[in-house]
Ligand binder design. Structure first.
Ligand SMILES: [Zn+2]
Length: 84
């Protein structure tokens, strides 16, 4: 979602750059810069999402977030099957 918004901003900025000779470079350049920032932000989020599930798991009994290496839920006492 953020990636598409960033792409739309880059396209919009490029249109501004090509349609307005001088001001287009200032505004269009800024908008393209924000678009690239949004895309890199969504890219960073993707990396974080792939890293976090390894350290945090959800208890199947009470749905509370618990450490990935826990064998017993600290909230409800549910025992987990041994994780491979
Ligand atoms: Zn639990």
């Amino acid at each position: 979602m953020l990636k598409f918004l960033g792409l739309a901003l880059i396209v919009f900025g490029a249109v501004l750059i090509f349609s307005i000779p001088l001001l287009g470079w200032a505004f269009g350049g800024l908008i393209v810069f924000i678009g690239i920032g949004l895309i890199s932000l969504s890219w960073m989020r993707g990396i974080i999402k792939t890293v976090v599930p390894k350290s945090i798991q959800t208890c199947p009994a009470c749905k509370a977030p618990i450490p990935g290496d826990a064998s017993v839920c600290m909230h409800c006492g549910h025992r987990f099957a041994a994780t491979a």
